[in-house]
Design a protein around this ligand. Structure first.
Ligand SMILES: [Zn+2]
Ligand SMILES: [Zn+2]
Length: 117
């Protein structure tokens, strides 16, 4: 094999290597990106589940502890004084009494409709 051929062969190998390197980097980048998105989605799902669980715990807690207190204090819905279908509404989702309200179901629905708007 002549020296020239060797050089050509080497160049070919090098270009092959670099082409592949680019491909590898691109592939790695794509992989990282899709992985990041997957991880993000997983994190989001986990956060949502944690939040949902937290809300459930707070709701159960206030229904048990604050509902009787609020009922005794207000004797009905804090908005319309109705005595039916009373529920605890959270102005903020905490376990504090001051963040809870006792409201009837229709008023409760209205509150949440307003909050969403
Ligand atoms: Zn009401
Ligand atoms: Zn509520």
């Amino acid at each position: 094999m002549s020296g020239e051929d060797l050089i050509k062969k080497r160049e070919k190998l090098l270009s092959y290597y670099y082409k592949n390197r680019e491909k590898r980097i691109l592939y790695q980048r794509e992989y990282d990106k899709s992985n990041k998105e997957k991880k993000k989605a997983q994190d989001k799902k986990r956060r949502e589940t944690t939040n949902k669980n937290k809300l459930r715990v707070i709701q159960a807690y206030s229904r048990k502890h604050y509902y009787p207190v609020l009922l005794k204090k207000y004797k009905g819905c804090q908005i319309c004084n109705s005595k039916f279908k009373l529920e605890v509404h959270h102005k903020r989702y905490t376990k504090k009494l001051k963040d809870c309200m006792i409201v009837c179901q229709p008023c409760h629905k209205k509150i949440h409709r307003k909050v969403k708007e």
